[in-house]
Ligand binder design. Structure first.
Ligand SMILES: [Zn+2]
Length: 153
């Protein structure tokens, strides 16, 4: 049941200021639709809780705590009618893709400073932020945006 659930903030860490970000795409609507399908049993859990071992490792080692609950663990908690887990198991991992990055394309960015450094060194690339749950393996794209010297100022 939904009663008694604590209020959540919706202010993820490291989110760029929306007005200053080029090519920003928010995937929350797609995520909600998918979670709804899972809750209805249309999409099986194993199709959404399938985080690749490398993503899980990145989430555990360098992932930023998402400050919100995993939607799939939340579903399970609701069904079992147990209080939500207070541990920070949902992590945000940022990947960068783009021809300008050459061999660094497809890599995980470890820190905000590293991301800023890449933006200063390259003309254009895309950052993808993925959320990943350390408990159940849920993973979903959160947002993407363009970075690089071509978009500075
Ligand atoms: Zn989970």
């Amino acid at each position: 049941m939904k009663t008694g659930r604590r209020a959540r903030t919706h202010a993820p860490q490291q989110r760029p200021r929306l007005g200053a970000v080029k090519g920003f795409t928010d995937y929350r609507m797609a995520k909600r639709a998918l979670v709804r399908e899972v809750s209805r049993g249309v999409v099986p859990l194993e199709h959404v809780c399938d985080a690749h071992p490398e993503l899980l490792r990145a989430a555990r080692n360098v992932g930023v705590i998402a400050k919100r609950d995993c939607p799939i663990c939340q579903l399970a908690d609701d069904r079992a009618d147990v209080p939500p887990d207070e541990t920070d198991t949902l992590r945000l991992v940022t990947y960068v893709f783009g021809a300008d990055l050459k061999r660094k394309s497809g890599h995980v960015v470890w820190t905000r400073a590293e991301l800023d450094g890449l933006a200063a060194q390259h003309r254009s690339f895309t950052a993808y932020v993925v959320e990943c749950c350390l408990v159940c393996g849920w993973n979903h794209l959160v947002e993407s945006y363009l970075l690089g010297r071509g978009y500075a100022g």
